[in-house]
Design a protein around this ligand. Structure first.
Ligand code: GUN
Length: 288
């Protein structure tokens, strides 16, 4: 019988730990952590993500500032706002929600954020420090996955991990973290150009699925007893729900779960851990 890796309750535990820490900061007379988010345009997904981030800040006692800019904003105007936030000593963490409109270069915006305030961990300085095994702000989803594996005591040393997907946000960084000293897993990264992908995934003790292709991982690809971490969050039309959509992971949960030792659900697995990791990074940026 498989067991659920419950990201929702784990994240709630961590939020409670953070809230306690914030109370102590207040008692000491310290300033509380402050996260600033820049939202450009009206992308539906981005609106939801940013509103969650603001709500999470409130719950743990952080300050938050949301800056909304129109989709027509120029790169220069956006850079100006980023610079302002970089030099504002009252702001600890700054995120610019992605995706950005076509006319703005995402990587130039990311590079404009001060690395010590880059709580998304997307700046090349932070990515480089992470890859070198130096203390840094690690991006939220990879950090959340590592925290889940740790809290659930999933053995990593020598385990065969297959990471499905090579994105800058999840696949690439999580593959680096899993193979690092201390984690000590043996890691294979597979992607859209990999031949024989099913056979490679079938070897895995631990599968991290981060491709954004709903239901891609089927039961035939999964070894008996594997641990499955599902990072997918594709919005599927669902007329029966209030919002009109529901999230579907990269794993065919119904058929895969019975083969697993542990598996994360969608929703309620990696997603809540991503959100709480952003709070942890903001706390860390504040304590620097
Ligand atoms: N868009 C999708 N995920 C993320 C994220 O983690 N951070 C930012 N800034 N934008 C995103």
């Amino acid at each position: 019988m498989y067991q659920i890796i419950d990201g929702k309750s784990t994240a709630a535990e961590i939020r409670a730990e953070i809230a306690t820490e914030v109370e102590k900061m207040k008692e000491r007379g310290s300033r509380v952590p402050h996260l600033a988010a820049i939202l450009v345009g009206n992308d539906g997904g981005s609106e939801t993500y940013v509103s969650h981030k603001v709500k999470d800040c409130e719950e743990v006692g952080f300050r938050s500032t949301l800056i909304r800019l129109p989709a027509s904003v120029t790169s220069e105007e956006l850079f100006e706002r980023v610079k302002e936030m970089n030099s504002n000593p009252e702001i600890d963490g700054l995120i610019v929600q992605l995706p950005l409109p076509e006319h703005i270069s995402e990587h130039r915006v990311i590079e404009a954020i001060a690395p010590e305030k880059d709580v998304d961990g997307f700046h090349p300085v932070n990515v480089g420090r992470m890859a070198a095994g130096l203390p840094t702000l690690v991006s939220a989803t990879p950090a959340g996955i590592m925290e889940l594996l740790k809290r659930y005591k999933i053995p990593l040393r020598g385990a065969e991990c297959v990471v499905v997907g090579r994105s800058n946000i999840v696949g690439r960084p999580v593959s680096i973290l899993l193979s690092q000293k201390g984690a000590d897993a043996t890691v294979t990264v597979v992607h859209s150009r990999t031949g024989n992908i099913e056979k490679i995934i079938k070897r895995a003790d631990i599968i991290v699925a981060a491709i954004g292709s709903p239901g891609f991982i089927t039961a035939e690809m999964v070894k008996e007893g594997a641990v499955v971490i599902d990072v997918g969050t594709t919005r599927m039309p669902a007329p029966e729900t209030k919002s009109g959509w529901r999230l579907k992971g990269d794993v065919d949960f119904e058929n895969v779960a019975p083969k697993c030792s542990w598996i994360t659900p969608v929703p309620g697995g990696v997603g809540p851990m991503t959100r709480v990791s952003l709070l942890l990074n903001t706390l860390k940026a504040c304590n620097r």
